[in-house]
Ligand binder design. Structure first.
Ligand SMILES: Cc1cc2nc3c(=O)[nH]c(=O)nc-3n(C[C@H](O)[C@H](O)[C@H](O)COP(=O)(O)OP(=O)(O)OC[C@H]3O[C@@H](n4cnc5c(N)ncnc54)[C@H](O)[C@@H]3O)c2cc1C
Length: 262
């Protein structure tokens, strides 16, 4: 069954932020943080920002000296409560834009971007829960904005994060996630390590499968909303498993980051 990735269940009180025309603007890079060997966070001070929903993204535009331009989308990892925007970028081999952002961009540089963009893959605490977030690799980025927002709002909304990564060293925001989950009995955090795991690892080994989804999300009766983000194949695979498990396709929101990977 097809998953309607563009479903929109905004209520009358949830005024869409981007009904206005979204103009390009320049942000100043305030900091660059190495998250893993392949991933960095870029912290931007926007010139003009009127807020975003957790889950939305921005478009970045690079312009070469000869006028050639390249545009790519990057999810916002910071919650709406923060003035600075955090983008978290993974290196894609021979990637035009990710290579520039990871290797050339410096603190103090100006970066052209526009946003916030996206209306279906959003969540805020006013929507309530439970929510089940499923991340593949850097697909954690928009889900992190949701979790950071949830923590700031102090609302005891039941949430579960199932995060698939190659190894523990590839888990982005690991310290923050572990701290967040520690002592929060409404948040369940599950890592699925697909390639390498410590010898004493007692978490999930291998890809996310139906059994893990069934035991780590919620029951059908609890009516969870799912947010799945990552490489295209990952997102489609998880969506199909959830439908097979009997969850409502209309409660499954998806964001696809790229053409490859799992
Ligand atoms: C809504 C949205 C949000 C996104 N958010 C993020 C984010 O928060 N962090 C992030 O790192 N990326 C994110 N992406 C992916 C990002 O937009 C780029 O596609 C990615 O950075 C690669 O761009 P590039 O110019 O470096 O590679 P390109 O020059 O476009 O591609 C180089 C090669 O890599 C392949 N490729 C392209 N994209 C990917 C990919 N994502 N995975 C694997 N192979 C790929 C291409 O087919 C090509 O062979 C998001 C994408 C979308 C649509």
């Amino acid at each position: 069954m097809a998953i309607p990735g563009g479903s929109n269940v905004m209520t009358a009180t949830d005024t869409p932020l981007q009904q206005r025309k979204i103009a390009w603007q320049t942000g100043r890079v305030q900091a660059i943080v190495a998250e893993t060997s392949r991933v960095k966070s870029i912290i931007l001070q926007p010139a003009n920002w009127s807020g975003h929903w957790p889950g939305q993204h921005v478009d970045i535009r690079l312009t070469a000296d000869d006028g050639y331009q390249a545009e790519r989308s990057y999810s916002i990892a910071s919650p709406p409560e923060e003035e600075l925007l955090t983008l978290t970028v993974e290196r894609v081999e021979d990637g035009e834009v990710s290579s520039y952002l990871l290797d050339e961009l410096r603190v103090g540089d100006a970066l052209e971007f526009r946003g916030p963009i996206g209306r279906h893959f959003i969540w805020s605490q006013t929507r309530g829960g439970p929510i089940c977030l499923v991340a593949g690799g850097t697909g954690i980025t928009p889900l992190m904005a949701m979790l950071r927002h949830r923590r700031r709002s102090l609302a005891p909304i039941p949430a579960s994060l199932i995060y698939s990564a190659r190894s523990l060293a590839d888990v982005v925001y690991r310290d923050e996630l572990d701290t967040m989950a520690h002592g929060d009995r409404d948040l369940r955090l599950v890592y699925a390590l697909t390639r390498e795991h410590p010898s004493d690892w007692n978490g999930h080994r291998g890809r996310v499968n139906e059994a893990l989804l069934a035991e780590s999300s919620f029951t059908r009766e609890q009516n969870p909303t799912f947010f799945i983000c990552g490489p295209t194949g990952f997102v489609e695979g998880i969506s199909s498993m959830l439908v097979k498990l009997g969850f409502d396709p209309l409660a499954i929101r998806t964001e696809r980051f790229g053409p490859t990977g799992a």
